[in-house]
Design a protein around this ligand. Structure first.
Ligand code: HEM
Length: 343
């Protein structure tokens, strides 16, 4: 019997045979619907974050000025005003994300009596937190415009948006998504390493956002992998160099996480998530190399931001999968598949 098999049978519920019931996920109609809504909200939130950077990178942030809900009097600006179209699209995606999250909240509320939906560790609580975060992000979006794109407000706005994406990823997991299989048990070592990856990734993101928003920081250090040319010194340079150094640290850390997860025969969902996160980081570093070598073309800046968001989502989802696969997790009945199995 292999390592993961022994961990599989022993680790949970005193070896309760859950195999059979897990294979009937649709017995309980609620979670597949919640899972679809959570995936939809996550996808839309991802698009909103990427579009938010496109608004800033194209300088369209002030396009609509204080006009709301119309933009310079238009609901759909004319094609000859791409700046207004970019800003309005960002607003409409924001509205769609909010509607999707509220739909998730209402559906979870209506099914809160179901296992895996109400209570601690249930989908409803993630949906409530996501609703609070999307409204906070919207308010911060308004403050960003009012304070004429102050870099520290923009970075706070991005941090709130990334937290929202993380909470939605948990909602997907609690609704049985991301290929979660509760019969497999992960080791605490892998969970701790993934959790350290989440903290490091969050700092890399914040330093990246500062590099993109503090004047002169993005052009301060030129060349790859280290600065072959210095255009600006002082704080802007320190910000970008810190971003780069921490990014490479994250890269090496995640190599360790993926290789050790493989060696420890961790659950398949955890191994796949670890290699996917590492793959996203490698792609991100390739994009970063192209971006700085070509002196920050807008399309590559946007691609770098989008890949950065994907790195965050993949590392956070890895840590969540590892956490939910830990043996003897309390509140077991609140985990997604357990709820389906028990229903
Ligand atoms: C794991 C690896 C990395 C992640 C997750 C990451 C993430 C980010 C993020 C989220 C931003 C902010 C983008 C925005 O708000 O528009 C950013 C900006 C930036 N990053 Fe990275 N980054 C990584 C690696 C690197 C590397 C290796 C370099 C340089 C060699 C680099 C150079 C930059 C620069 C110059 C900016 C400013 C771009 C702009 O002005 O739009 N990054 N990064």
């Amino acid at each position: 019997m292999s390592n993961s098999e022994s961990r599989r049978t022993e680790g949970r519920h005193g070896g309760l045979p859950v195999q059979g019931s897990d294979s009937a996920p649709n017995q309980n109609g609620g979670l597949p619907l919640l899972r679809r809504l959570a995936y939809l909200a996550t996808g839309l939130a991802f698009a909103q974050i990427v579009f938010g950077a496109i608004v800033r990178i194209t300088g369209s942030g002030m396009g609509c000025g204080d006009h709301w809900p119309t933009c310079q009097g238009y609901l759909f600006p004319p094609l000859e005003r791409p700046d207004l179209i970019v800003e309005v699209t960002h607003r409409y995606i924001a509205a769609t994300v909010t509607i999707a999250i509220i739909a998730l909240l209402i559906t979870a509320f209506m099914r809160r009596a179901q296992r895996g939906v109400g209570g601690r560790g249930g989908v409803f609580r993630s949906a409530m937190l996501a609703t609070g975060l999307v409204l906070t992000a919207a308010v911060f979006g308004g403050i960003t415009v009012k304070l004429s794109l102050n870099p520290y407000v923009i970075v706070t706005h991005l941090a709130i948006a990334m937290t929202l994406l993380a909470v939605l990823s948990i909602a997907v997991l609690r609704a049985g998504g991301w290929g979660f299989d509760r019969t497999e048990v992960a080791s605490p070592q892998t969970y701790r390493a993934a959790r350290a990856g989440v903290m490091l990734a969050f700092i890399v993101l914040v330093m990246g956002a500062l590099t993109a928003n503090v004047l002169g920081a993005n052009a301060s250090c030129q060349g790859f992998p280290w600065c072959t040319g210095i255009a600006v010194t002082g704080t802007p340079l320190y910000i970008q160099v810190t971003h780069r150094v921490l990014a490479f640290l994250l890269f090496f850390h995640m190599i360790g996480v993926a290789v050790l997860a493989q060696r420890r025969h961790e659950p398949r969902q955890v191994r796949v998530a670890a290699w996917a996160a590492l793959g996203a980081i490698v792609l991100q570093i390739v994009v970063a190399a192209g971006m700085v070598e070509m002196h920050l073309p807008p399309v590559w800046r946007s691609l770098h931001q989008a890949m950065g968001t994907l790195v965050w989502l993949s590392i956070f989802t890895l840590a969540a999968l590892a956490k939910y696969s830990l043996a003897g997790r309390s509140g077991e009945e609140a985990t997604p598949r357990a709820a389906v199995a028990a229903a």
